[in-house]
Design a protein around this ligand. Structure first.
Ligand code: FAD
Ligand code: NAD
Length: 470
């Protein structure tokens, strides 16, 4: 006989989205049940952001050692103990883990069930031996790698993000299918850690981004020695005596290992959403602007909604849901203001509209850029790759910003604020940026926006007129 548990809020999935909601609601005194069938922390902690960024950190050190010569230091090709690198990756996970742990959530007063949740009705579900009834539910079950129906995949061994961070032996030649953020980050990291790497991409790498930004990344990948096959579609996979063979529309590629990174699919199958009255399709659970599903007592957040698939978006969704359910404030999802960063080197960061998107949506836009070749900090660091690019309407309202360059993700912060708060470019010309920092490039881009008007004939005439008062 199942035991019945009652709660104000039942959250399914203890990843970035679910954890944020559970923590918030419990600290606000609500009775919360959190159900997780796998690891606490979800994709980001265990198989996504954290391990990938830790691997990238090790790869960056190897790259710096090989390229130390330009600073007058002895360049060395480091010995790479791949298993030790993976130990470092798992140490990073272990260091962050307590924050997402069952113990921490129980201390906050959350009842944590390590079970698979399956709806049995519009207001109840089953989780192991429990029958859970709640006033509200939140589906935060995330996404998993999409495996395309390519001939031979079933018989060919391959990694996905769920398995690659368990790999302790350096791949001799890693073939990666998919040139999105996962493919690009992993291709560069593995290459710098000593693997041969071939990246196969059906279109162009990082195709959501403007081409002037991605071309800087492409140049670095090629210089790292990543074999980049763009406009090339993987059509067949097979296991050979020496490893893996991928047949594309342009020929064959032989390697020893394979990583598939061609996008994600929502985790919905096991939820039994039919009896719950929750609509979904292959993109994910359908939600309205307040993140309510077709059953108004059930919300959905994070990757499972099929929107922007980032940890910070899942966290942001959580705040929207907390406002709606707990504060009864009709709060809308504005995830189109959310930034994204690909943590390759150089990083590529974007917020708001790209130039391509802005040209589609607005009649008259203006673009202002500033290159890191003209930034003193970048020059002192001998790393002048990339530029800052600001997209505005004709009145100077900031519609978007893209940065490619060292630490672009961190440099994006003021531009995220600008897009979110609806600031005009003027705000950045008034700002005093510390010297010498890369943030000056943003201010200089803002200054460049005014250059055509500042040095126009009209302004020159005005200055000439004013000089008569000298
Ligand atoms: C390799 C990689 C690198 C990434 N890097 C970044 C990055 O640098 N920055 C960034 O912002 N984003 C990054 N992401 C994306 C980020 O990991 C996701 O957007 C984020 O984890 C989504 O959080 P979520 O809460 O929606 O889902 P998840 O974190 O996937 O959590 C969902 C949880 O629900 C559980 N679950 C599913 N079904 C059930 C069920 N029926 N019952 C109980 N539990 C269930 C799952 O076990 C899982 O733990 C990366 C992703 C990958 C794959
Ligand atoms: N830094 C970050 O924030 C970060 C890092 C990794 C992942 N993520 C998240 O995870 C999501 C998934 O990333 P992803 O890289 O798996 O997917 P993606 O959808 O971003 O990119 C997949 C790529 O695979 C290509 N592709 C598909 N089928 C192909 C085929 N048969 N042959 C060759 N190429 C093919 C597509 O053209 C596409 O460019 C991202 O969209 C992002 O939201 C974020």
């Amino acid at each position: 006989m199942p035991q019945t548990l009652k709660a104000d809020l039942c959250v399914i999935g203890a990843g970035s989205g679910g954890l944020s909601i559970a923590a918030g609601a419990a600290q606000l005194g609500r009775k919360v049940i959190l159900i997780e069938k796998g690891e606490m922390g979800g994709d980001c902690l265990n198989t996504g952001c954290v391990p990938s960024k830790a691997l990238i950190a090790a790869a960056a050190r190897a790259h710096a050692m090989r390229n130390a010569g330009k600073y007058g230091l002895t360049a060395i090709d480091p010995d790479i103990d791949f298993a030790a690198v993976m130990d470092h990756v798992h140490a990073a996970i272990a260091a962050i883990e307590p924050n997402d742990s069952q113990e921490r959530f129980e201390k906050l007063g959350v009842k944590v069930l390590r079970e698979k949740a399956t709806f049995t009705g519009p207001r109840e579900l089953e989780a192991g031996e429990y029958n859970v009834k709640a006033k509200h539910f939140v589906i935060a079950t995330g996404s998993r790698p999409f495996i395309p129906p390519i001939e031979g995949f079933k018989e060919t061994p391959f990694f996905t993000n769920e398995t690659i961070f368990q790999n302790k032996a350096r791949p001799v030649h890693l073939i990666i299918i998919g040139g999105g953020p996962i493919g690009v980050e992993m291709a560069q990291a593995h290459r710098r850690l000593g693997s041969e790497t071939t990246l196969i991409e059906g279109g162009t790498i990082l195709n959501r981004e403007d081409s002037d930004l991605t071309s800087v990344v492409r140049e670095q990948l090629l210089s790292d020695g990543v074999q980049l096959l763009e406009h090339t579609k993987a059509a067949r996979a097979e296991k050979t005596e020496s490893g893996i063979r991928i047949t594309t529309d342009k020929g064959t590629v032989d390697g020893t290992h394979l990583l598939i990174a061609v996008g994600r699919k929502p985790v919905v199958e096991e939820l039994n959403l039919g009896p719950a009255g929750v609509d979904y399709d292959e993109r994910g659970v359908k939600t309205d602007a307040r993140l309510r599903t077709s059953n108004k007592r059930i919300y959905a957040v994070g990757d499972v909604t099929g929107g922007r698939q980032f940890t910070h978006v899942a966290g942001y969704h959580a705040s929207v849901v907390v406002r709606n359910i707990l504060f009864k404030m009709p709060s809308k999802n504005r995830e189109n203001f959310s930034p994204r960063v690909t943590y390759c080197d150089p990083e590529l960061a974007q917020v708001g509209l790209t130039e391509n998107e802005a040209r589609e949506k607005h009649k008259d836009i203006r673009i202002a850029t500033w290159p890191f070749t003209d930034n003193d900090r970048a020059i002192t660091e001998k790393d002048t790759r990339g530029h800052v690019k600001i997209i505005t309407n004709k009145k100077g309202l900031i519609l978007g910003a893209g940065i490619v360059g060292k630490e672009a993700g961190d440099l994006l912060a003021p531009w995220i604020m600008a897009v979110t708060e609806g600031l005009k470019i003027r705000a950045f010309t008034d700002m005093i940026a510390p010297y010498p920092t890369r943030s000056e490039a943003g201010k200089r881009a803002a200054g460049a926006w005014y250059t055509p008007t500042l040095f126009s004939n009209k302004t020159r005439s005005l200055v000439r007129l004013l000089s008569t008062f000298d």
